[in-house]
Design a protein. Sequence first.
Lengths: 283, 354
Amino acid sequence: MTLSRLAFFRAGGSALPGYRLSLTLTLAWTGFFIILPLSTLLVYPWQGGPAAMLSALHDSRMLAALWTSFSCAGIAAACNIPFGFLLAWALARGHLPGHRLADALIDLPLALPTAVSGITLATLYGPQGWLGAVLAEFGISVSYNKAGIVLALMFVGLPFVVRAVEPVLRNLPQELEEAAHLLGARPWQVFIRVIAAPVLPALITGFGLAFARGIGEYGSVIFIAGNQPFKSEIAPLLIVVRLQEFDYPGATAIALVLLCVSLLSLALIGGVRRRFALWSEPA
Amino acid sequence: MSIEVCNLVRLAPGTQQRLLDDVSLKVPDGAFVALVGPSGAGKTTLLRAIAGLDGCNSGSVLLDDRPMTSVKDRAGRMGFVFQNYALFPHMTVARNIAFGLDVLPRGERPARSAIAKRVEELLELMQLQGMGGKHPAKLSGGQRQRVALARALATGPRVLLLDEPFGALDPIVRRSIRTWLRELHDTLGLTTILVTHDQEEALEIADRIVVMQSGRIMQDASPQDLDEQPATEFVMEFLGEAVSFSGEVRHGRMIADDALVLPFAVPEGVTDGPITAMIRPYEMTIKKPGSAQDVLSLYAAPRGTRNGYRHYTLQLGERIIPFYRPVEAADAQVQGVALDISRARLFRQGLLCG
């Protein structure tokens, strides 16, 4: 470990020409584009003094918005795990007619401008929409409340789970299942012990990515969410609201909390993932 | 446990191509059988059919005279070792080995301590002491191979099916694990079927060798019979280097087309007509000149020594053929007047005759 670290800083024997130059450029580039904005975000809110910052952080509307964002992102990412797993399974194993088309369609939420998906979902699930009207008959409303937010976040988060799981499933040798069958495992045991267990780290990665995307999602949510303060207002929207009120410290305070919690949860998810992927580390 | 395969036919999915073409095979209890043949001969297909992993279009597999219809019938009674070992990557070695016991229904499952004890026994049997806590990714090829074997044996099956188990091992490990496997087979009283494309390996380890070609069994015999009486030219060729001479049988004597090959008497029952003689390079001899007038027309050029034989190449008309002599009998210069191939096997239309 220390040796490889040393080799990183020394140019010794690297195949890359101009090692030092490339390293400097890369570091400057990442510093400029990632570290600088992040540190600005960390420093800026405190300019009004700690007291102002603390009062900004005590805003109950902000806390409600943060709770909405994180809980909805968490629920949506969790819901995406079974669906994403099944889709990945179908793509990796099933050779149904049209699986190429399905393969291409799964990435659509990534490519679609978020506002477009937001408007689509809102028209579909709105009280007068095709599906919304039917659901309203049964007394179920999925627009202008948290259910709508979760729905939108599931839509944008699904490709992350599918794309994280699919290659792992594809690389799982078919013989593992056959071996398990021959050793007497029943189908559900084969599924849980031999298929789901090795895929678990990838599922956690997919969850983490979908969750992170869900926290930051704005365009696709605001049309369907209704955006009522304390009820269905998400944190990114509240930032925009604060900016429109010229309340810059308030906006940056939300951003700061978003940043910290996001980093924390990503680190946590990474830790859990590593815990379950110990076996894949080479000797 | 005896295994019987009756008239097994398997077609390649969606085609009429026969992967297994009416294969029948009887393996008595306690036998060690090797399935050999070139790639695509259907060896692995046959093994998988015996294990029930692939369906078959017709025919049946009997285990101790009872027909096996699904994988479930065989579960725990047949150990199968895959070519790529198929170890569960996320489980430790101990959990891998215990898998067959862990998945038993609650009523039949041994106690946790009993499973742990069985795993320890198997680890010891496989010479893998202290490896139980490691993951397969951290093991060497030979160790993985033995873990796969231990896993297959954990439920105490009487039948062991091995699909090219030595394929990925280096030659030294291969040789030692081969003898070790044979010992294991004898100690545990197993019935073993081994698939390999290495005929030498098969000759060394198995009691019986089944030679397959394009989905059919060409010959099923002991290593000795296979060597003495190969059923077809293909079997002769496949089991080791062979030189063939075309010629004709006239009045009970085989006269080769090559003028330098001595005519020899053929066994009774071989009728007159064209024939192919095939012989191993170490079975040929060179006739020394009888007198000074004889013309020395055969010269063997030395090509090194292997397995106690000195290798030569021999110019015979247009052809260059291999020629071996035991080291102790070999001269530096091998030359003579004619080639004696009287120990050759005779084939007509590809089939052994005489």
